[in-house]
Design a binder for this molecule. Sequence first.
Ligand code: CP
Length: 302
Amino acid sequence: MKNRSLVSISDFSKEEYLRILELAQHFERSPIQKILEGYVVATLFFEPSTRTRLSFESAVNRLGGKVIGFSDASVSSTSKGESLADTIRTVSNYSDLIVMRHPIEGSARWASEVATVPIINAGDGANQHPTQCLLDLYTILQTQGTLDNLNVAFVGDLKYGRTVHSNVIALTHFNTTFHLVSPEELKLPSAVKMHIKEKNLQYYQYTDINEVIQNADILYMTRIQRERFSDPMEYERVKNSYILNNPMLAGAKDNLRVLHPLPRVNEINTDVDDNPKAYYFQQALNGVYVRQALIASILGLV
Ligand code: CP
């Protein structure tokens, strides 16, 4: 993985995912290791973020490296009309690795083609969020003891939810059965379903969340992505499609865990937070260990 960019989850093989997860376990046991002294990581966030940016920055700090960057593109020279390519070429001169989030699909691939240092895609529009995917795989392994042969239900905005796209593609390596719950307007795109079909795996589509809870091992809730809708009325129609609450989990399997990439709006009632099946805040914590593992691997330090 040394010096490679991570733009799409398809850029890494199953063996490479497993290597990252193994390393992440090592960082979970021992998160403070000064292997990044003298290194600079740039975090360029052209879109809002709490978890992704701060967990990357926490990961770098815990490894003894330094962070430069911005969390608001309006304070960068983008606001004066500078192109993404020029920004990336410039920041390549100041850093050893660039973590970038951008609202345009394909922007991370474009950045990786002009950068002279590796690029990690921290989310490009509705396309992909590969590092969230890796931390989700880590969390699934941590809660289920395996990644193989699971029933995984994805619920909510499967059209615009980039974490779902990356997760579905990655999970096709693990003989997953997919349960896809969404409003009609927000179904998983055909291009992502193709990955399931190519592996001859099963997927089932639903509009009612109650149909999937009893058989699921993982219930992966997602936010309806308001910022991706061109028609605000369409968002209003679907925004409250799924609201998970404690009584709905009553018949679930013991091993079921509720995940969510967060932020949540109202799709998981706060009464679920104290349910032992709720695992989304631990999931967010895992982002630090997985990102430590990824940075160390890409910089060739492990
Ligand atoms: N999961 C995730 O990407 O969260 P943020 O938008 O807060 O980074």
